[in-house]
Ligand binder design. Sequence first.
Ligand SMILES: [Cu+2]
Length: 270
Amino acid sequence: MKKIFYIFLGIFISQSALANQPVDWQLGFQKAASESMREIVAFHDKLLLPIIIAISVFVLFLMLYACVRFRASANPNPSKRTHNVTVEVLWTLIPCLILIVMAVPSFKILYKQDTIPKADLTIKAIGYQWYWGYEYPDENIIFDSYMIEEKDLKADQPRLLAVDNEVVVPVDKVVKVLITANDVLHAWALPSFGVKRDAVPGRINETWFKAEKVGTYYGQCSELCGIKHAFMPITVRVVSDEEYEEWLSEAKEKFAKEEIENDELKLASK
Ligand SMILES: [Cu+2]
């Protein structure tokens, strides 16, 4: 009984507060914070869910109907029928039509996500065993982002999700994310933005998001990458333009890409 209560509580909470991280007993998606995620949620809630429910109810009805209608006690001489062309055509055609109805809006969303609009800023996420490294290539910023251990958590920091150095981006700006890995496969995923891309060593994948609300958003590595796969979370802090500029000027000093590295590059290019 207690469990059921928590499940309902989870459904309720997931709809209202605490929108940018998973909540206990949550069912369904985290609340959307980008247009792309809103479209994914709408696609799921308004199209997939009704289809799933209709099919489940229909199959359940068929099973119950067959159990009652064709029970042994009422049918001492069972029917020997084996084929019915009409039924066979129908049960091939109808699922095909359902798939087409699902595929059209699904591809529309997929291709929209794939087309990156003109980016306001670019960040690069690099997966390591087991933490994320970030670069702001246009700002000469580079830093690593480690999960905060449970004993070091502050009151408002969620367990297994908070990191020491967060990615900071301005609100309502198109952020292009270049994603790669240094050792094994990882995946950079942020549910509230509807973003999930594999991080592949030796290859750069790209994606984008435009956060619509100020806040802190949490994600996790989503490709099984080794023993500490569960401990390399992703934290993106969406801030106002002014706060971003402020952070940028601080970060340019704190996280400046080292001179040595630049010198080496210069030497290499000579
Ligand atoms: Cu990983």
